[in-house]
Design a protein around this ligand. Sequence first.
Ligand SMILES: NC(=O)c1ccc[n+]([C@@H]2O[C@H](COP(=O)([O-])OP(=O)(O)OC[C@H]3O[C@@H](n4cnc5c(N)ncnc54)[C@H](O)[C@@H]3O)[C@@H](O)[C@H]2O)c1
Ligand SMILES: O=P(O)(O)OC[C@@H](O)[C@@H](O)[C@H](O)[C@H](O)CO
Length: 411
Amino acid sequence: MPNAIHFGAGNIGRGFIGPLLVDSGYHVTFADVNEALINSINSHDHYTVHILSQASSTTEVTDFSGVVSTSQDLLDVFPKADLITTSVGAQILPKIAPTIAKGLKQLYRQRPDALIDIIACENGVGASEILRKEVGRIFNQDATSDETEFLEKHVGFANCSVDRIVPPFDPTKAADGAGDHEERGLDVGVEDFYEWVVDQDALKADHHVHGMKLAKNLLAYVERKLFTLNTAHATISYLGYLKGYKTVNEAIDDQQIYQLAKGALHESGAALLKKHTMFSEEEHMKYISTIMDQRLKNPNVQDEIARVCRCPKRKLSRNDRLVGPAMMDYEYGMGKPRNLAKAIAAALWYDDTEDDDAQAIRTLVQDKGVEDAFQQISGLEKNDEKANRLVADVVAAYSTLKSELGTEPSN
Ligand SMILES: NC(=O)c1ccc[n+]([C@@H]2O[C@H](COP(=O)([O-])OP(=O)(O)OC[C@H]3O[C@@H](n4cnc5c(N)ncnc54)[C@H](O)[C@@H]3O)[C@@H](O)[C@H]2O)c1
Ligand SMILES: O=P(O)(O)OC[C@@H](O)[C@@H](O)[C@H](O)[C@H](O)CO
C-alpha cells in the first residue's frame, strides 16, 4: 500500500485531498500542529464527507492516522512516504519546511533510490515552488553532495491548482441526518464540484490518484482559478462584510455586490484570456457563470464571510486574487480595473476584531495613510508606473467606497 503524508488535517485535508488519496489506495498520515485534532484522528477509524448539494450524499473515509507535526513520530513516518501533500495555508509553508527537510534526510538514509513528490495544495501562485526553495535552503545547509543530488533528482515539487469549497461545517445540522457533534467531530461538508490540477512536468514518480488531473502550463490553471473563483469570493466577502452580511450567500444575493463581483471577473477574465490563450472566451464565460450562478449561490453551502476574508495581508499581496488580476489588466493593456480597485479598497477597510491581519492593516492605514499602507502590504514597486496607477485607483476607490455602498464611514 502506498503511503502519503498530508500536512494540515483541516477542511481541505480531511474534505478533499485526504479522501482522494485514501480512495486511490493510499494510507494517509495527517500531520497537524493541533494535538486535540490528531488525538481525535487516532481515536477514529473512519469519518464522513458530506456532499453539500441538493441530492445530499456521503462518502466514508478510512485508512488514515495522525501525527503531531512537531513530534519525532512524524520523522519516523517519512521513510515510508511516496507522496507528501499540504494544506496548511500558503503563509505557513516556511514553518513546515524545516520538518520536511529533516524528514527527507531520514528518507534518503533508508531509501536512497526512492522517488518522491511534494505537492503544496494551497491557494497561491507557485506554492510548491516556494516550498521547494525553503526546503532546499534548509536541507542543503549541512548536506553531503549525495544528499544534495538526492534532493535535486529524486524529489519533485509540483505546483497545483486546488479547487473545492470546503466551508466550516456543523455536523449536527447536516441535511443527511448526521449524528451528534461528539460522534461526528471529524466530519466535513464539501461542495460537489472539485478540480485538482498538478504540474505533470515537475513530478518525479507516477502517482495513481483518482481526481488528480495532470497538466502542463500550470500557471494558466492556477491563475484562472485564483483570479476567478477566489477573486469573486474575496470581492463578495470584503464588500459583504462592509454591508453587514455574515455569509457569502447573503452577500451574493445583494445585487450591488453581485454586479460588482461580476464586473471584477470581466476585468480579470479579459487579462486572463489575453495572457493564457489556451482558454477560449466562450469557455471562460461559462467558467465565470458556473462560479457566480451555481457554485457561490449553492444554498447548501453556508460559507462564512470571516473565513473567506481570512489573512487579508496574503489576499492583498502582489500575486494574489485582487492585486494580481488588477496588475494583469495594466500589464496587458486592458484598461482601468475599477471593480477590482473597489474590492481592494474594501479589503483595506476590513476591520474584523477577530482577525489579526485586519487589525494590523487598519493600524497601518491609520498611521501611514491608505497609499503607503497599500503599497507596503501589496509589495508593489514604488517606481513602477503601472503599479502607481493601480495605487491611485485604489486610493480613489477607498475614499468613496463606503458612501457608494450606503454604509457610514467609521473613521
Ligand atoms: N477550504 C477551502 O474551501 C479551500 C479550498 C481550496 C484551497 N484551500 C486552501 O487550502 C489550505 C488550507 O485551507 P483549509 O480551509 O483546509 O484551512 P483549515 O484551517 O481548515 O486547515 C488548516 C490546517 O492546518 C493546520 N496547521 C496550521 N499550521 C500548521 C503547521 N505549522 N503544521 C501543521 N499543520 C498546521 C491547522 O491546525 C489546520 O488543521 C489553504 O491554503 C487554503 O487556501 C482551501
Ligand atoms: O483559502 P483562502 O483563505 O485562500 O481563500 C478563502 C476561500 O476563497 C477559499 O478557501 C475557497 O473556498 C477555495 O479556494 C475554493 O476552491
